[in-house]
Write a protein that binds this ligand. Structure first.
Ligand code: NDP
Length: 288
């Protein structure tokens, strides 16, 4: 195979970045706190939460897990979230929620400055999977400007935000979905492909000679964890496991740190403002 576009090993990259995060957290004084909300016992969610917990513990983020059983109502869940928000730096609601819960209402209940999964429309954060993918590509020196990127899958947490973020980076994005006609016709004109469909055996890479980011997480008929791509031998395709999943987990840690850091900056700005005005309501009426 010719020289790789993305030559940095993803596992090593994540390990190095975690050390950077660990050092940053050590400067914070109090460690940041991430609250993870889970409803029910979805098996995949249990696994993702276990990973998040161990990542957080590794870098020094305080991990708090709030588990509710399936009988909780949307209103009760929103109340729990509202009560908890003042006490944590960051929060995420593990998806999927059970069918009877209004997921949109729950997302709207999040504080945009603490919504590290980027679910709230006004969230201060980019969703972790697109963020992780973009950061990794850029760390390899990849310039998205002018590139044609074909994305398969248009979900609110992967395809759509990735398309928006890449457009902002001056890429030209083709976003394919289940209703796209002749979707393979877009491949010959592409510089980069991202597959986020969630179907084992979706993308045959045999005749694809450009880099492919495989975001799929699926299980094959033998219960083995696989991505969306097959025929990947001698092709430049990110591995599954050990690929986008790790980048997503890393991006979450970064977002939690950013949430804490932003909060610290706001606290400093408040102190500065108080000092500027004399910090005393008794001698001035600035109302700060
Ligand atoms: P969704 O099920 O929400 O979305 C799947 C998307 O694929 C939909 O937009 C659907 O189109 C589209 N699709 C279905 N068939 C086709 C087709 N033939 N061609 C093009 N698009 C098609 O999935 P998610 O985005 O939540 O997840 C996608 C995959 O990524 C899953 O395997 C998931 O596990 C994985 N994932 C991995 C993460 C990680 O950390 N690595 C994080 C998040 C997700 P339509 O909208 O028309 O239905």
């Amino acid at each position: 195979m010719a020289t790789k576009t993305f030559s940095i090993d993803i596992k090593e990259f994540c390990e190095v970045q975690k050390e950077v995060i660990k050092d940053m957290i050590a400067t914070f004084g109090n460690p940041p706190t991430l609250a993870v909300i889970q409803v029910g016992d979805d098996e995949a969610s249990n696994r993702y939460i276990k990973h998040k917990r161990s990542d957080c513990e590794e870098v020094g983020i305080t991990f708090e897990w709030y588990h509710f059983d399936n009988t909780i109502t949307t209103e009760q869940l929103i109340q729990e979230i509202t009560d908890l928000l003042p006490y944590v730096d960051a929060m995420l609601v593990q998806m999927p929620l059970p069918q009877h819960i209004d997921a949109t209402a729950v997302k709207m209940a999040l504080d945009p400055s603490k919504d590290v999964d980027g679910f709230h429309p006004l969230s201060h954060f980019d969703p972790c999977t697109p963020l992780g993918i973009i950061q990794y590509c850029q760390m390899n020196g990849y310039d998205f400007s002018g590139k044609n990127v074909v994305i398969f899958g248009r979900s609110d947490i992967v395809g759509k935000p990735l398309a928006r973020m890449l457009t902002d980076l001056d890429a030209t994005v083709t976003l394919c979905h289940s209703k796209t006609r002749n979707e393979w016709n877009h491949i010959p004109n592409a510089d980069l492909i991202v597959s986020a469909v969630g179907q084992a055996g979706f993308l045959n890479c045999y005749s694809i000679h450009i880099p492919v980011i495989d975001a799929g997480i699926n299980f094959d008929e033998n219960g083995k964890l696989v991505g969306d791509c097959y025929n990947t031998e001698n092709r430049e395709v990110t591995p599954v496991p050990g690929g986008v999943g790790l980048l997503t987990r890393l991006a979450l840690l970064q977002n939690v740190c950013t949430a804490r850091y932003t909060e610290l900056l706001a606290e400093v700005a408040k102190i500065d403002a108080e000092m500027e005005c004399g910090g005393c309501e008794a001698i001035c009426d600035c109302n700060q």
